[in-house]
Design a binder for this molecule. Sequence first.
Ligand code: NAP
Ligand code: FE
Length: 371
Amino acid sequence: MNFDMYMPARVISGEDCVLKNSGKLRQLGNQCLIVTGKHSAKACGALDDVIQALEKENIGYQVFDEVTQNPYVSTCHKAGSVAREIGAQFIIGIGGGSPLDAAKAVAVFTANPQLPPEGIYGSWENKALPFVLVGTTAGTGSEVTAVSVLTNDATGQKKSFKCDQTYAALSFGDPKYTYSLNYDFTVSTALDALCHSVEGLFAAHGNEVSDSYALRAISILGGSLIQLYMHKGDSGEHLPHTLRERLYYASLYGGLVINITGTTFCHALSYILTEDYHISHGKACAVFLAEYIRRAEKADPQKYARFENVLGQHMETFLCLIREMSRMDVKMTPPQIEDYLPRFKGNANFQNTPGIFTLEDTKRVLTELFA
Ligand code: NAP
Ligand code: FE
């Protein structure tokens, strides 16, 4: 078994873990910038808990709440200036994948005043500030990955960066913060965790460690997605907390998977749906999952059998469920599809797909699904 893994994020999980571990924040400095979206950090109680923990430890803070979904590089750059102005020694990101990914970039920008926004995709001089992540969705697993997915202001396209400095010094995983997430985002984020696990299980860069995380996540998600579907029509408020917890831990497993394996063509193509059709991230990835699973079966029948085994349900039933949960109203004309193709020339996620995904495959899949 040959592999090279670096996964240094410290994750503290459990009920009230933020309040119970406030002393660990003290070790990171006496001033910080909190990076969040507009509403959810407050609505779910995480911001109040973080502020209470900071006040207990006499740590100064300022809140920067301008992070949107699919965050812009420019927003992170701006937050970096704010962090420098207040003399922040560390950053705290609170939210779903968007604020958590933004916090990783803010940590880099704060330490590197000369770095222009687009420089985030290159290299920089000073080591990023330490940062803390507090997750409020159950999907991206950003708490445990070094990955940050940002939107380039000039092109409107999403692109990720990742390096050894963008692991959290500390991640807090308290599933109670996800209780306030509405039904649609709960479905979409659960689908994201599923895609991370299934894509990673068959990805070219996988190994036995990532396989074991992936199979564990899939075994949790198989039944949980059915349970979630049975609550269709619910606002999200009445979802059982045990279900929320299972989804949250599955998302952490999924993050551990992609941190090793990276993602595949499903994630690569999802960006088109998010950028041009405003489809939420998880749904945008999951709409391609049936095609991925068909390819996986051909490429590695033995592993496919293990996948089917842990899923705990018949594959056709499962695919119907995914199709239903990722239903979307997207139409593309043949010329539009042609226009998308050059973007994926030499795409690394395509190469990571079992059997290798080509531009011809892209054209066929987009046509079958959306033309
Ligand atoms: P998100 O974009 O962070 O948030 C989606 C929406 O849910 C926002 O409106 C947010 O509100 C709201 N929300 C978040 N937590 C909530 C809560 N507990 N209660 C009520 N509302 C809540 O969603 P996400 O799916 O977690 O993240 C998606 C992003 O992560 C994408 O940019 C994707 O590309 C990226 N991603 C990153 C990785 C990685 O490894 N780093 C992996 C996969 C995907 P506010 O705006 O008020 O916060
Ligand atoms: Fe994802």
